[in-house]
Design a protein. Structure first.
Length: 432
């Protein structure tokens, strides 16, 4: 048994862990509870199962790669980091990328990850061609939008509850350079930054950082980023560098209301100095990956990331209520990230849909949990939902008040006689 956790280091539970080196080594009994896990970058308990957690990171081969068409088939345990080293020098990039490259492709499917381009290009599931899934100890099947399509869409964003993803075939994005032409715009309030998302809705990549502690005339002040891949005739190069590793857990008092308020002040005014510049792709897509094990900054008790989406029509009002509640509580988040989504796909538990999403990080403690219960009420009032890949504490009642189609998921699992896959999260929320 090993004590493991998600990226938030909360909760930590004792799990029986297996790390197979090939598909044949993935074995489990008919009535055994298991869950697949990649690199453990989902934040909460969605990849934790005390009975057996199967880590897929050694299933990391590229099966085929059509360099002309940009169609690639990989084993699910390959990481984005490993894949980028192969595809970027060939002039290709991931069609959708989350905020870290230290995730497996299987995890990207199970979480149906989104990036800074969702408003134009959707989530990772929108670019999949087919999947191979082990649904029982003796059966693995292929599925796509045309073949076993109900299982295909249940798996996209399905949090590992439909089986162990073995292979993923998908379409890459053609690029001429891994450099990004970035524009930075600071705004004085929430209305201004949301207007920028609408103004630049045809820009490929958009995202904003919000000062969640600003009050008065500066309430919701933000730093808005937009970017495009540089056009170039030179050979595409890729030379990733990692500059710092956090060697130990910080004392919990380091991150507090006053230190984060000071950070937010300097971060906002520092970015007023830079309006346009060319940046490396890693700098643009994966800024926190420069600091390895940055999750230790929050201390041994860990942290929770609260990410929600609310429909577009009421998004300004809803986000204002959330930020007012956070500012009043003095529970500070220095990672507060706003993005715009277009309409989502057919994934039953997939998170993105048309509207605005805000993600915030908080230290894991009782005061935070009380605040997040209050935020849940606001999100439910505005017909929103939270991202299951970030969740570690949502209540069952709140989950069923959000518009996830868990009933259809259960029907599909029954149809294919899939019964082994349960996480601590799925049991906590009674998803199955």
């Amino acid at each position: 048994m090993f004590k493991i956790s998600g990226w938030g280091n909360y909760p930590k539970i004792n799990c029986k862990v297996e790390t197979p080196n090939n598909e044949n080594e993935i074995q489990f009994h008919d009535n055994e509870k298991i869950i697949p896990r990649g690199l453990g970058r989902s934040y909460g308990d969605s990849s934790l199962q005390a009975n057996k957690t199967i880590i897929t990171k050694n299933l990391n081969k590229i099966i085929s790669f059509d360099e002309e068409l940009g169609v690639i088939c990989v084993q699910s345990g390959i990481s984005s980091d490993e894949l980028l080293k192969v595809i970027i020098p060939k002039g290709w990039f991931l069609p959708v990328s989350p905020g870290t490259k230290f995730v497996t492709l299987g995890g990207m499917v199970a979480s149906d990850v989104h990036g800074k381009n969702h408003h134009l290009e959707g989530s990772f599931g929108d670019h999949l061609i087919n999947l191979k899934i082990k649904i029982s100890n003796s059966e693995a099947i292929y599925c796509s939008d045309d073949l076993n399509s109900d299982l295909f869409w249940a798996t996209i964003g399905g949090m590992g509850l439909t089986g162990i993803i073995l292979e993923i075939k998908f379409k890459l994005k053609k690029i001429q350079s891994y450099k990004i032409n970035q524009e930075v715009i600071t705004t004085q309030n929430l209305e201004e930054v949301m207007n920028l998302f609408e103004k630049y809705k045809n820009s490929t990549y958009t995202v904003a950082w919000i000062d969640c502690l600003a009050k008065g005339n500066s309430f919701g002040r933000s730093v808005f980023f937009r970017g495009e891949h540089k056009k170039s005739k030179e050979k595409v190069t890729y030379d990733p560098k990692y500059s710092l590793r956090i060697p130990f857990f910080f004392p919990s008092w380091i991150l507090n209301y006053f230190s984060i308020k000071l950070f937010n002040f300097f971060y906002f005014y520092f970015n007023k100095l830079f309006d346009k510049k060319e940046v490396d792709g890693d700098f643009f897509f994966y800024p926190l990956d420069k600091i390895l094990e940055w999750n230790k900054i929050y201390g041994k008790n860990g942290f929770v990331q609260y990410q929600f989406i609310v429909p577009k029509k009421d998004s300004l009002k809803a986000i204002k209520e959330v930020l007012e509640k956070v500012a009043h509580s003095k529970e500070a988040s220095f990672l507060s990230v706003l993005k715009l989504f277009k309409k989502g796909n057919k994934g039953l538990l997939s998170f993105p849909d048309e509207g605005y999403t805000l993600a915030m990080d908080f230290q894991a403690n009782e005061k935070t949990f009380r605040l997040l219960k209050e935020l849940d009420k606001i999100i439910i009032k505005y017909s929103g939902r939270i991202y299951l890949s970030k969740d570690s504490r949502l209540s069952k009642d709140s989950f069923f008040s959000m518009n996830y189609d868990s009933e259809s998921l259960r029907n599909i699992l029954d149809k294919y006689n899939i019964k082994n896959f349960h996480s601590q999260q799925s049991d906590r929320l009674s998803i199955l």
